[in-house]
Design a protein around this ligand. Sequence first.
Ligand SMILES: [Zn+2]
Length: 183
Amino acid sequence: MSKLKICWNCGSKLPLSRLFCEQCHKIQKDLPSNQFELMGVDIKFNLDPVALEYAYFEAQAQTHPDRFVSASAQEKLYASQNSVYLNKAYQTLKDPLKRAEHLLELNGFPTQAQTTQDPVLLIELMKLQERLEQNPEKTRSVIRERYDISLEEIAKAFSDKDFHNAKKTLDKLKYLHRLLEER
Ligand SMILES: [Zn+2]
């Protein structure tokens, strides 16, 4: 059920995710807001990082200014806009937390600012915070371990399409990430 767009130059219909028109080969301006589609990778949490990187460099090379030296100002503009979109999509998809957030949004679960009301999580975080002050090194490895476990949990929640659980786990991941960044 891929969405279609109309080429601004020749008027032919083509899939929304295409960077170039198949008929006139002009660079396109309307790209999907779904960053997975934009990058041409599967819409899932467990992305192959190598495939993602490959898709990104492949797409980015196609919007490189060198390829548009003799193009019109309009095409140059679309190429540079697309390059920005692609870069943003790549930054989103390669970061597991941002990727999870985007995947939740796409499934109708927007994530707002963090305000977890989960008392179990809050107590766990408070304890970790205390331990961090007393024994930073050891606690950091404990937090890192819990972070990795939560990453596995969120991957499972996404593959089960359990978005409520994914959202809850994302909250936890964000807090743990923040603790790891603290010092
Ligand atoms: Zn065209």
